[in-house]
Unconditional design. Structure first.
Length: 288
């Protein structure tokens, strides 16, 4: 596979389409030093970006939470996505929209005088967890914990929140796992490195309360699907020792979609009927 900085194609950057290889920033870009960056990951199915406007709205909200007023409207972000897909001839793709503080007059923690820049990219991307959709992903339990909402705005999809995700995923892969599951700062089950998590017990679904994690758009979609099917959903605090009693498990996310989990640490789960039903229903929904 070609390196992500060495490909043919177009990237939308600061209001115009440019050549893929020319989409560069200066070494003193503030985001590179201080993580002043927010982003969205989205999937396009048959020419339609699923929950597109909701993603754009969340990007602007993330910027607001991070004291980064993004200088584009939802309609302008939507137009940029369409332009990128058309320019690259893509109808089924993953999109990454990123807004960040660039290089400017400030080069310290404070950066109010630096411009806020934005870019939109898109590329073909298969299953995030490879063949896990068939046999279930294997997860490690991360040693790092999701932080308290008093330490960082957890409702923002901010780059800085992903530092421990990269570290935890590397550690998991070194153990032969696909990903890692976090506990939060209180010791409750939280999420995976880039996906929310669901469990099944006695025909009912349990998922961590989104009070210290990102309330993912796919998470919200799946909860709505389950409730429409009259399946009881418990959004609550889950202790790690409860994993032993759960029968099924799956992950949700724009990249992960709905991915079954077969193992977390020493706990095992079946890829059961409800997991398969939810996965198939989600696949149908995003292409409706």
């Amino acid at each position: 596979m070609a390196s992500y900085d060495d490909r043919d194609g177009k990237i939308w950057m600061d209001g115009k389409l440019i050549e893929w290889r020319d989409a560069n920033v200066h070494i003193l870009t503030h985001a590179l030093h201080y993580a002043s960056s927010v982003f969205e990951g989205e999937r396009c199915y048959d020419g339609k970006v699923f929950k597109s406007r909701a993603h754009s709205e969340r990007l602007l909200k993330s910027g607001e939470l991070m004291d980064m007023p993004i200088p584009y409207t939802v309609d302008e972000i939507e137009a940029a996505k369409r332009a990128v897909l058309e320019a690259n001839g893509l109808t089924n793709a993953y999109l990454r929209v990123v807004a960040f503080r660039g290089a400017g007059e400030d080069m310290g923690v404070a950066a109010a005088r630096n411009p806020i820049r934005m870019a939109v990219t898109a590329w073909e991307w298969g299953n995030y967890y490879g063949d896990a959709k068939m046999k279930g992903a294997k997860l490690d339990i991360a040693k790092w914990k999701r932080p308290s909402p008093e330490t960082i705005p957890v409702a923002a999809k901010a780059a800085g929140l992903y530092m421990i995700c990269t570290m935890s995923k590397h550690a998991a892969e070194a153990k032969g796992c696909s990903d890692a599951m976090f506990l939060d700062y209180r010791g409750y089950v939280a999420e995976a490195t880039g996906a929310n998590i669901f469990f099944v017990k006695d025909g009912e679904v349990h998922t961590p309360l989104a009070d210290a994690i990102l309330n993912g758009l796919t998470r919200q979609t799946v909860i709505g699907m389950l409730k429409d099917r009259q399946i009881k959903v418990h959004e609550r605090h889950i202790m790690p020792e409860e994993l032993e009693g759960f029968e099924q498990c799956w992950l949700t996310g724009s990249a992960a979609e709905v991915t079954p989990v077969g193992q977390i640490g020493d706990y095992t789960f079946e890829v059961g009927a409800l997991t398969r039903e939810v996965s198939q229903a989600y696949e149908a929904l995003v292409r409706a």
